[in-house]
Design a protein around this ligand. Structure first.
Ligand code: IFM
Length: 490
C-alpha cells in the first residue's frame, strides 16, 4: 500500500540554524573582545583536542558564499546569532559600528535572496568582562543584556522582524555554572540557579527593550531546549525523579515565562541550597512578557529513575565530570534507552518531538511553536569523488519531520522548522569532531560540500512535501549495546 505524501502548510518556514561562535571565527577582528567561550576553549583540557572557535568555519569572511549556499538549498529562513562582544566589546557602553556592519551585510544578503533573517541575540558568548564582573549569577548582567538588545534592535530593527532573546538558557545556566562543561566552567549549584533566574530576567528586560525599539510587526521569541523527561518505570520514586528533572530542565523557565511564577516544588527541592531571595518584587511580571512564538530545540528524550543504581561519575557524552548540572537532584539517575544513537550518543526518538509539540500546545494555548533546532551529528566522510553521503541524517530528519507533520495534524500550531545546522561547526566542548551540518566543511581548506541531506532538505523546502528517506541497508543483526549509565547534559 503506498503511503500518501506528507505535505506541510504553505506558509511554513524552512530554515537552517547556526550560532556566531560556532561558525564565525575572526575572533580578534574589528574590535571584537573575548567572550567566555574564547577564554574557556583556550583553557587546556576544556575542549576536545584543545579546539577553539578562533577560525571555526571562517563564516565571517565567507558570509556571501554561505548565503549563496542557502539560496541554493532553497530555504526561506535563516536563524543566526549575533556575537555580543563583536558589537559591544566588553558588554558595556557604545556599540562598534564595524561589528554591526557585519550583521547589516549578512541581513542584506539574506533579504536579497528572499531568505527571512531570524536573529538570536544570545547564543552563549557572554563578553568575558561581564563574566569577570560576576556573569549570569549577578543581576547586573540581565540589565547589560537589555542594553545590548537595544543596540542591536536599533541597528537591524528596520530589516529583521523575527527576534529571539536567548538560545537554550538551560545550557548557559546549568552546564556553564553547574557541571562546568560549558563556559565559563564554574561548578557551583547555587550560581547555576541564580544564573537561571537572571537569564529569565534578561529575557524579560530584553523583550521590553526590543518591543520599545522595534516596529509593531516584529515578532519576539525565546528558544528553549526542553527535556522530554520519561520515567524508567511507573514506580513512585521514578516518577518523582521525573518530576524533579522536569522542574529543573523545563518549568524553571516555562513557569516564569508562561505563567509568571516559579514552580513551588522547585523551591522545595532546592531549599537546602538557596532561599531564592535573588528573585525580586517585579521580576516575574517582567519575565512574563508576551511572546509571539515559542522556539523549541529538540534532539533526544531524557530517561530517568531514582538513584538506587546511581553511578559515581556524571558524563556529558564522552566528556566526564564529577559535577552535576542538576542542583538538588543528586538522587536521580539518567539512562540511555537501547536503540539507534547519533554520533553524540543521543538516542534517535522522533516520538519525543511529537510529545514535546503536543505538550506545549496544551501548556501555551494560542502561542505558535517553532522548531528552532533539530538535527543530528554523524561521522560524515567524503567519498573518493568528494561527495558526502549521509543517509543516517536523512533518516533522522525524515523521522522527526514525520513526527512534526503528525503533531500538526493533531492540533499543534507549528510555524517553522530549522535544521541544526547549516554547516559542520564548532560543537562546543566536543570541538570539531561532531559534524551536525547539512553542508560538509573541510577544516583544512574550509571548502563547503553540500551533503546528500542538503539536497534532500532542498527538495523539501522547495515543494513542502516530505521526500522519501533511503531504506536502511540489510545488515546482520548486531547485539543490543549495553545500556550507558548517563545521558548527556544537553
Ligand atoms: O550545537 C548545539 C547548539 O549550539 C545548541 N543546541 C544544540 C546543538 C547541538 O549540540
Amino acid at each position: 500500500m503506498s503511503v500518501p505524501p506528507l505535505t506541510f502548510p504553505p506558509a511554513f518556514l524552512w530554515g537552517t540554524a547556526t550560532a556566531a561562535y560556532q561558525i564565525e571565527g575572526a575572533v580578534r577582528e574589528g574590535g571584537r573582545t573575548p567572550s567566555i567561550w574564547d577564554t574557556f576553549s583556550h583553557t587546556p583540557g576544556r575542549t576536545e583536542n584543545g579546539d577553539t572557535g578562533d577560525i571555526a568555519t571562517d563564516h565571517f569572511h565567507r558570509r556571501a558564499e554561505d548565503v549563496a549556499l542557502m539560496a541554493d538549498l532553497g530555504v526561506n529562513a535563516y536563524r543566526f546569532s549575533v556575537s555580543w562582544p563583536r558589537v559591544q566589546p566588553t558588554g558595556r557602553g557604545p556599540a562598534i559600528e564595524r561589528g554591526l556592519d557585519f550583521y547589516r551585510a549578512l541581513v542584506d544578503d539574506l533579504l536579497d535572496h528572499g531568505i527571512r533573517p531570524v536573529l538570536t541575540l544570545y547564543h552563549w558568548d557572554l563578553p568575558q568582562e561581564l563574566e569577570s564582573a560576576g556573569g549570569w549569577p549577578e543581576r547586573d548582567t540581565a540589565h547589560r543584556f537589555a542594553d545590548y538588545a537595544r543596540i542591536v534592535a536599533g541597528a537591524l530593527g528596520d530589516r529583521v522582524d523575527m527576534w529571539t532573546t536567548l538560545n537554550e538558557p538551560w545550557c548557559s545556566a546549568f552546564l556553564g555554572y553547574g557541571s562546568g562543561v560549558h563556559a565559563p566552567g564554574r561548578t557551583d549549584p547555587v550560581a547555576a540557579l541564580r544564573a537561571a533566574h537572571h537569564l529569565n530576567l534578561a529575557h524579560g528586560l530584553g523583550a521590553q527593550a526590543l518591543r520599545a525599539q522595534l516596529p509593531a510587526r516584529a515578532q519576539l521569541s525565546i528558544s528553549l531546549n526542553p527535556s522530554v523527561v520519561r520515567a524508567r518505570s511507573q514506580a513512585p520514586q521514578d516518577l518523582d525523579a521525573r518530576r524533579r528533572i522536569d522542574a529543573l530542565a523545563n518549568r524553571v523557565f516555562t513557569g516564569p515565562l508562561l505563567k509568571g511564577a516559579y514552580p513551588q516544588d522547585l523551591f522545595a527541592d532546592t531549599a537546602a541550597l538557596t532561599d531564592w531571595s535573588f528573585v525580586h518584587g517585579d521580576d516575574l511580571a517582567v519575565i512574563k512578557h508576551p511572546l509571539d512564538s515559542l522556539g523549541l530545540n529538540y534532539y533526544a528524550p531524557t530517561v530517568v529513575s531514582d538513584a538506587t543504581d546511581s553511578h559515581p561519575r556524571r558524563t556529558d557524552g564522552h566528556r566526564a565530570t564529577d559535577h552535576s548540572p542538576w542542583p538538588g537532584a543528586d538522587s536521580v539517575s539518567f539512562h540511555q534507552p537501547p536503540g539507534d544513537r547519533t554520533e553524540m550518543g543521543w538516542s534517535v526518538d522522533p516520538s519525543g518531538l511529537y510529545d514535546l509539540l503536543l505538550h506545549y500546545t496544551r501548556e501555551a494555548p494560542g502561542l505558535p511553536l517553532m522548531i528552532t533546532e533539530n538535527g543530528a551529528a554523524y561521522d560524515d566522510k567524503p567519498a573518493a569523488d568528494g561527495s558526502v553521503h549521509d543517509p543516517d541524517r536523512i533518516r533522522y530528519l525524515h523521522g522527526h519531520l514525520s513526527a512534526v507533520h503528525r503533531a500538526i495534524a493533531d492540533g499543534a500550531d507549528v510555524s517553522g522548522y530549522f535544521l541544526w545546522s547549516l554547516l559542520d561547526n564548532f560543537e562546543w566542548s566536543f570541538g570539531y569532531g561532531k559534524r551536525f551540518g547539512a553542508v560538509y566543511v573541510d577544516y583544512e581548506t574550509r571548502t563547503r560540500t553540500p551533503k546528500s541531506s542538503a539536497h534532500w532538505y532542498a527538495e523539501l523546502a522547495r515543494t513542502g512535501v516530505l521526500p522519501q528517506a533511503p531504506e536502511l541497508p540489510e545488515l546482520p543483526q548486531a547485539p543490543e549495546p549495553p545500556e550507558l549509565p548517563e545521558l548527556p547534559g544537553a
